[in-house]
Every structure is written in C-alpha cells, then in structure tokens.
Design a protein around this ligand. Structure first.
Ligand code: FE
Ligand code: FE
Length: 197
C-alpha cells in the first residue's frame, strides 16, 4: 500500500468535509512540529494527525452501527454523545481501512478526544495538536496554550483538560469519565512539580 503523506491526504479529503479536512491538515503539521520539539517521531505524529478524525464525518447512527460491526464496546456516555466514538472507531479504521500498523499511532488516535492519565508522548502530542491547530479559534486561552505547548507539554495538556471540562460542564454535554481521570492525573502532576520548587 502506498504510504506517502500526499496519498493519506487524498484519502482523508475523500471522507471528510472541507472544515474537517482543513482541521486535519492543521493537526497533522502541528503534531509534526511538536514531535520535533519533544523528540518524538515527526512522521508518526504527522500520520496520526492526518488520520485522527477519519471516523468523524459519519452520522451518529452510522457511527454506532460501525462500532457494533467491529465489536467496539459502547459506554452509556458514548450512547448519549456518539460523536465521542470517532476516536475508538478512528483507531479501528486506521488499522483496518488505512493499513496503519504502528501501535503508537493507533493509540494516539484512540485517545485524542478524551486524553487519559499518563499518556504516551505521541498521544499527548496529538491531543494537544488537536486542540490548538491554526484553524481552531473558539477556545479560551488558545494563544496561551499555543505558546505553552512548545515550552511545557504537560502544563499545556493540563490546561486543555481543565478548559475542556469547564466547556463541557457549561454546555451541559455528556462528559467522558476518562477526561476527568486525565485531568486529575495531570493536575496532580502539576501540583507535585510546584511543591518540589
Ligand atoms: Fe477528533
Ligand atoms: Fe480533531
């Protein structure tokens, strides 16, 4: 199978709407830059960025059907907010449809929406890149997070989780418990770092 960036871009352009495709390209090069900064593999970060939302432009009904087809367990929260499933399904699509074998890339896609405690470097890079890529414009603290991400990835992660939780609560959306667990982990880590100073 062809595995060039251009080929991947064409594959994504075919399944994403224009807005999502633009976002995807932004995540891809932002992730590659963060990888260069933090010593992860830029090619893996670029690939994870390109494919991370490959299951995003599906109706919720179709998304649930696809998850059932692939035997992906669906939690009560995901039933309430099936959009969350695009991360799990995206990882499966990346492997099954797009032939990605690299586990690090697949797990980055798997966890890009909620994050999780003790993320791998690539998971964290994708999580942060997804939030701050250039076409994002609505989140508060975006400018600060964009600068911070290149100075202190853990602090940027913590801030994103905090702002995400506030946003979900404000909008009264269904919250995945993994987001809260991730926030607990990264905020504890920040507290410990502060105490050591
Ligand atoms: Fe996503
Ligand atoms: Fe995304």
């Amino acid at each position: 199978m062809k595995d060039t960036t251009i080929h991947r871009m064409k594959q994504m352009e075919a399944v994403l709407d224009e807005y999502r495709y633009e976002h995807t390209l932004g995540v891809s090069y932002t992730a590659a830059c963060l990888a260069m900064r933090y010593g992860a593999d830029p090619k893996s970060a670029q690939l994870a960025g390109l494919l991370h939302d490959c299951a995003k432009c599906l109706s919720n009904t179709k998304r649930i059907k696809e998850c059932e087809k692939y035997g992906i367990p669906i939690t009560a929260i995901e039933r309430k907010n099936p959009s969350l499933l695009h991360a799990k399904l995206g990882a499966v699509y990346a492997r099954e449809r797009y032939g990605v074998k690299e586990e690090a890339v697949l797990s980055a896609i798997r966890w890009h929406t909620t994050g999780r405690p003790a993320m791998t470097l690539l998971e964290q890079i994708l999580f942060v890149a997804d939030y701050m890529e250039p076409s994002r414009c609505r989140a508060i603290h975006l400018d600060e997070i964009r600068g911070l991400a290149f100075l202190d990835l853990d602090r940027a992660t913590c801030m994103i989780l905090e702002d995400t939780i506030c946003y979900i609560q404000e909008k009264e959306m269904a919250m995945d418990e993994m987001t809260v667990k991730a926030w607990e982990y990264y905020s504890n880590q920040q507290r410990k770092k502060e105490e050591k100073k």
